[in-house]
Design a protein around this ligand. Structure first.
Ligand SMILES: [Fe+2]
Ligand SMILES: [Fe+2]
Length: 417
């Protein structure tokens, strides 16, 4: 197999015979001699794994924005750990090597840094985020600056969770960020419109759990016909930040797969619900102060109102059917989760504009969502988007017609219902 010219440090082979009993083909990395000469390589044993932490794809991409680093970036390939970029070698070519490798369908590869370098890494990411936010608000002044700041704060908490291992410090940060969100977001009508536009304008600022938390908080605290009291809203915000914790237990090769899942891979992916449930329960049993309903949300956020979701095939409302019903927190977070995922560009799907995302959701609503919550969500989002759009001259204003379809208003000054 020819070696791609842009991969001077790696090559790979593809096994021609099915490798696994399930018939799935497996590709493997082989570390090239050039890499062996250039880099320090050591065993990726349990002791090493304890001292290192994984960097998410989103945060890794932030490194393209910096000119220097003061820590090394490691690349774990199965049982080997490579000190791949040392501070004096830092350049985008080497970042490309890792980025390309992560886009391929390989198992057992991860980007890591030493846990002792986490503070340096976090400081760097915060600086980049602040700069990006400044640049974004400068080019799109209609966006609400405070919302963007709150989102940055939430993203820090969300990233602490996905880096694995919740400590009391992480749980405290989650609670503090959620409290900051609840006390500020409840005042601002511009928040969700700003968030939606921000994700589309600068996808690198996206953080999934932070977006889900912000949207779910708006639904619970503002959009519902009878909004939750602040204490309950805070519980929703925190539960949303933890909702995908189980993904930290899913093999990275499945989690980061750029293409569509095979049925076998989808089964693996589905386990993030039950694994998240178990993880959170064990943290709470150890005495960590975590919102108790987060356990339930981690398990239920992929259940569908009509009963065709997973892992338990629950159906309808817990308030009406205690045994099989889905909790209201999970029904809210499920809607926020789908909306957030549609806005974001992924390797296997484009980024949808906010209104396009709403239309897609309207098509799936009947089987997927609680109709009362979904209606409140639609009204709230459209209002917020219209508020943002009316501040920019090119903005389009939308409303629902009598059939409940989203339509553009001819008169931009018309009010959305
Ligand atoms: Fe999920
Ligand atoms: Fe999610």
């Amino acid at each position: 197999m020819p070696i791609p010219p842009s991969w001077p440090y790696y090559t790979y082979y593809k096994l021609t015979q099915p490798f696994e009993s399930d018939g799935m083909e497996k590709r493997k990395f082989i570390i090239k001699d050039e890499t062996k000469k250039r880099c320090r390589i050591f065993k990726n044993d349990p002791e090493t794994q304890r001292r290192f932490t994984v960097i998410s794809l989103e945060l890794f991409h932030f490194l393209y924005q910096v000119v220097k680093i003061d820590f090394s970036i490691y690349f774990a390939v199965e049982d080997q750990m490579i000190e791949f970029i040392r501070p004096h070698e830092f350049c985008s070519d080497l970042l490309d090597q890792i980025w390309l490798a992560l886009q391929k369908d390989f198992e057992g590869i991860e980007v890591k840094i030493r846990k002792s370098d986490l503070i340096k890494f976090n400081t760097l990411i915060d600086e980049i985020r602040t700069k990006k936010i400044g640049a974004l608000v400068a080019t799109a002044p209609e966006l609400d600056r405070k919302t963007v700041d709150i989102f940055a704060n939430l993203s820090i908490a969300s990233q602490m969770i996905v880096r694995g291992g919740i400590s009391q410090e992480v749980a405290d940060k989650v609670k503090a960020s959620a409290s900051y969100l609840v006390s500020n977001l409840l005042d601002s009508e511009l928040a969700i419109g700003t968030l939606s536009k921000m994700i589309v304008c600068d996808p690198t600022l996206y953080d999934h759990s932070a977006s889900v938390s912000m949207i779910a908080t708006a639904i619970a605290g503002r959009f519902l016909p009878i909004p939750f009291p602040p204490k309950e809203v805070l519980a929703v915000s925190q539960s949303a930040l933890y909702h995908d914790l189980g993904k930290t237990c899913v093999p990275p090769a499945v989690l980061n797969k750029p293409g569509k899942y095979t049925p076998a891979e989808f089964e693996v992916m589905k386990t993030h619900t039950t694994l998240g449930h178990q993880e959170l329960q064990s943290y709470i049993e150890k005495g960590l102060q975590i919102e108790p309903l987060a356990i339930r949300v981690a398990r239920e956020h992929h259940e569908k109102f009509g009963g065709s979701g997973y892992p338990d095939g629950k159906k309808g409302r817990f308030e009406e059917e205690e045994q099989r019903g889905i909790h209201i927190f999970s029904r809210i977070i499920c809607i926020a989760d789908v909306y957030s995922a549609l806005l974001m560009k992924r390797a296997y799907k484009p980024s949808y504009e906010p209104l396009e995302s709403l239309k897609i959701m309207m098509e799936m609503a009947e089987v997927h969502f609680d109709p009362v919550i979904f209606k409140a969500f639609l009204g709230g989002i459209v209002n917020s988007l219209n508020k943002i759009n009316s501040k920019s001259s090119a903005g389009r204003i939308f409303s629902f017609n009598t059939k409940g379809t989203l339509v553009e208003c001819k008169d931009a000054k018309s009010k959305a219902t």
